[in-house]
Design a binder for this molecule. Structure first.
Ligand code: THU
Length: 134
C-alpha cells in the first residue's frame, strides 16, 4: 500500500462524511500492521459536541475490530466538494492516535496530486501517554 493509495482510500471515505453543520468533509484511512485499511469520515451532530472526527472514526473502527497497531494514516478534508491543500488532524485526534501509535506513525496529508508526509511525533511532541500514568 503506497502513501498515494492510502490517500485515495481517504478520499473515498470522505464521500460518506456527514457534515450538514460545518460543510467541512473529512476522510481518513488508517493502515493496520496486518495490511488492512480502516476508513473513517466525520460524523456531525445537531448538538455539535458529540461530533466525531474522521480520524477517530477510523481508529475506533480498527480497535473495535481487533487491530491495535498501525503504520500510517492518510487524511483529506475540505469545504463542500473541494479538498484543501492540507487538512491536519486536530489535537484530540492526535492524542487518540498516540494511544495506539508511536511517533513513527506516517501521517499522509494533502491531495492526491500533492501529498505531504509527516509523522505523529512531529505533530504531537512531548505527548502524554501510558508511561506517564502507569
Ligand atoms: N474534523 C475532522 O474530521 N478531523 C479533524 O482532524 C479536524 C476536524 C471535522 C470535525 C467537523 O465535523 C468538521 O471537521 C469541522 O471542524
Amino acid at each position: 500500500m503506497t502513501d498515494h493509495q492510502l490517500l485515495l482510500c481517504a478520499v473515498e471515505a470522505r464521500k460518506n462524511s456527514y457534515a450538514p453543520y460545518s460543510g467541512f468533509h473529512v476522510g481518513a484511512a488508517l493502515l493496520g500492521k496486518s495490511g488492512k485499511v480502516y476508513t473513517g469520515c466525520n460524523v456531525e451532530n445537531a448538538a455539535y459536541s458529540p461530533t466525531n472526527c474522521a480520524e477517530r472514526t477510523a481508529v475506533f473502527k480498527a480497535v473495535s475490530e481487533g487491530e491495535r497497531e498501525f503504520t500510517a494514516i492518510a487524511v483529506v478534508g475540505g469545504k463542500g466538494d473541494e479538498i484543501s491543500s492540507l487538512c491536519a488532524p486536530c489535537g484530540v485526534c492526535r492524542q487518540v492516535l498516540s494511544e495506539f501509535c508511536d511517533g513513527n506513525l506516517r501521517v499522509v496529508l494533502g491531495t492526491p496530486d500533492a501529498l505531504t508526509v509527516t509523522t505523529l511525533g512531529a505533530l504531537l511532541p512531548y505527548s502524554f501517554g501510558k508511561s506517564d500514568v502507569k
